[in-house]
Design a protein around this ligand. Structure first.
Ligand code: IMP
Length: 197
């Protein structure tokens, strides 16, 4: 059966495809399969609220099982920034590189403990028959003082997970997908996804 990942972010789509490849009865689609679809304005003050709004909007418009993802990186010493603004931290149309540069600038001269950070991912699974389930995953680590690695996206070149030496952008994609915030959130929905028919 079809499951629409409610995003046009190619990196997220790729990660979900990899993480869901073991569930043979799920045919993974994304919003790229529906070019006529207009996403709603992002509304909400938390990852949870935004993910919920994304899922319900896409599910109502497409009348299919939908999985939405709202995620970002949280730096407690910056009062939670970039947080829900992670994608547009350096401005509305900022690139990932510009967002990383801004984060490096904000953290310039800080001590190691002030560079503690975590990724958070909130997922919402929704179906046209009224089923809605959400889950959250986090991944704790630290922000480096310079970028390392070419894999992944967003803040991956700056983030080293606790007890790891390599950034998310230096790890094999399959390794990131085993330990990431997205993986942890998805794990809590796997039983439901496996029993979907
Ligand atoms: P969203 O599309 O509004 O959920 O924003 C997600 C943004 O958070 C991305 O554009 C990245 O900047 C950041 N982000 C979320 N997940 C990851 C990840 O796994 N690695 C690196 N950056 C991420």
């Amino acid at each position: 059966m079809e499951l629409v990942i409610a995003t046009t972010n190619l990196h997220k789509i790729r990660e979900f495809r990899d993480m869901l490849k073991g569930i043979k009865h799920i045919d993974v689609l994304s919003l790229l399969n529906f070019p006529q679809y207009h996403p709603a304005e992002e509304v909400g003050k938390t990852f949870q609220e935004i993910a919920h709004a994304k899922a319900l909007h896409a599910m109502n418009a497409l009348q299919k099982w939908v999985l939405s993802d709202d995620s970002g990186i949280v730096v407690p010493s910056l009062n939670g920034a970039p947080g829900i603004k992670s994608r547009r931290y350096a401005g509305e149309d900022a690139t990932d590189a510009e967002n990383r540069q801004k984060l490096l600038k904000e953290l310039a001269g800080t001590k190691e403990h002030e560079r503690a950070a975590y990724f958070e991912c909130c997922l919402v699974l929704a179906s046209p028959n009224g089923f809605v389930k959400s889950s959250t995953g986090t991944c704790e680590g630290v922000i480096l003082t310079e970028e390392r690695g070419r894999n992944g996206f967003g803040y991956d070149p700056l983030f080293v997970k606790s007890e790891y030496d390599k950034t998310f952008a230096e790890l094999e994609e399959s390794t990131k997908n085993r330990v990431s915030h997205r993986r942890k959130a998805l794990e809590k929905l796997l039983v439901t996804l496996e029993s979907m028919s």
